[in-house]
Design a protein around this ligand. Structure first.
Ligand code: ADP
Ligand code: MG
Length: 396
């Protein structure tokens, strides 16, 4: 079946053609060293495939938030050497001054990183002049940066209308996984939504109740739902002012035939620190001076049973304050269940979110999920059911 968007399989003969490839090179750095090269590694399939086919590969990316100013401390020149090491190939750096001339000296199979697109205000404004400037450097455009696709910028959206546009391999894998998880998933579908606050994930919850069969709510946000149902949550993180919103979400779930799972046992402590004194109690037994910091073992086991009946899982947000032991127990346990079901072939599991990825790594199961998205904002906007401009621009 043809995909909704063109991929490198549709790009044709690229030998000698200048291909502008939008990647995410916005890596964390300390003292000139890249501290996490995940994003650099994610570019390897697309960039090497194009170079091996004889394309002149011109990588477009942003770095930091220079807000339209040329800032040496946010130059992609710093990333070029580590990037070259990750690719195992030479990488040229091309500054904006004389970019056209520099590109003209490149040969088939060469790879170059072009300076930070955000050195121009026109990038974030998706200004037509910026689009023209970028497009003039290449013959073809490939967007491989899902994590930047929620922004309608010149290098992520505008340029896709100015040149023949294709999804790169990482973008393709991400879109395929997301389609399997929420686009046209196999039912029953379960969603785990956790994290600190309901207020940051209202649109996610509203969208999911109409899409999934089981909505599993954990983390601090579960407290808001419990409180709305009359549970005394003590000193727990809780948005009491959102009680009405929580009730509306529960009603919408009811109307849509979505079963909402709230914890019925929880792990509480009087202090929020590593390894404090804890109690595991029924949600109705939380004392006034206690905080709910994780869901309990009985609830976790019941959720594992729910996952065993499901064919698809989408997960965003930890079930407890997982950075602080022992409040990672439920997240680690349920993540391992999901990983085991995925390995057995009974579950398609897709997860995303900064803290969620950290929690899955902590559980040692990130590689066992079907797909783990490292895109923060773009992943959440997709979970909200929003159209991502960078993706929409690639649609056939
Ligand atoms: P993600 O980055 O995956 O989208 P969030 O940022 O929404 O996830 O939420 C992660 C945060 O939620 C973590 O810092 C975690 O400690 C916090 N959290 C989870 N459960 C609780 C809880 N019961 N009380 C306080 N904080 C919690
Ligand atoms: Mg977070």
């Amino acid at each position: 079946m043809a995909k909704a968007f063109k991929t490198l399989d549709d790009i044709g003969d690229v030998a000698g053609r200048r291909v502008l490839v939008r990647e995410d090179l916005n890596v964390p750095m300390a003292d000139g060293e890249v501290t996490d090269d995940t994003r650099l590694r994610a570019t390897i399939p697309t960039v090497t495939e194009l170079a091996d086919k004889g394309a002149i590969v011109l990588v477009l990316a942003h770095f930091g938030r220079p807000k339209g100013e040329r800032r040496p401390d946010m130059s992609l020149a710093m990333v070029t050497k580590p990037y070259s090491q990750v690719l195992g190939r030479p990488v040229r750096f091309i500054d904006w001054d004389g970019a056209e001339e520099a590109v003209a000296t490149l040969r088939n199979g060469d790879i170059a990183v072009i300076e930070n697109t955000r050195f121009f205000a026109g990038e974030e404004k998706n200004d037509p002049e910026m689009v023209t400037r970028l497009a003039a450097l290449g013959d073809l455009y490939v967007n491989d940066a899902f994590s930047a696709a929620h922004r309608a910028h010149a290098s992520t959206e505008g340029i896709a209308h100015a040149l023949p546009a294709f999804a790169g391999r990482a973008m393709e894998a991400e879109l395929d996984a997301l389609e399997k998880a929420l686009g046209t998933p196999r039912h029953p579908v379960a969603a785990v939504v956790g994290g600190a606050k309901v207020s940051t994930k209202l649109d996610v919850l509203k969208h999911l109740v109409g899409k999934v069969d089981h909505l599993i709510i954990g983390g601090g946000m579960a407290n808001t739902f419990l409180a709305a149902r009359g549970v005394n949550v003590g000193k727990s993180l809780c948005e009491h002012d959102l009680a009405g919103t929580a009730e509306a979400i529960l009603d919408a779930a009811d109307a849509a035939g979505c079963t909402v799972h709230l914890p019925y046992d929880v792990v509480v402590a009087k202090e929020f620190k590593a390894n404090p004194e804890t109690r595991t109690v029924n949600v109705h037994e939380v004392a006034a001076d206690e905080m709910i910091l994780d869901i309990g073992p009985a609830a976790t086991e019941a959720l594992a049973d729910v996952l065993k009946t499901c064919k698809t899982l989408v997960w965003n947000g930890p079930l407890g304050a997982f950075e602080t032991p022992p409040f990672d127990a439920a997240t680690v346990s349920l993540a391992r269940t999901a990983a085991a079901l995925t390995k057995e072939g009974s579950l398609i599991s897709v997860a995303g979110g900064g803290d969620t990825v950290a929690a899955l790594n902590q559980a040692g199961v990130a590689d066992d999920f079907t797909f783990v998205s490292t895109a923060g904002g773009a992943f959440l906007e997709w979970m909200e059911g929003k159209e991502l401009p960078g993706v929409a621009a690639l649609t056939r």
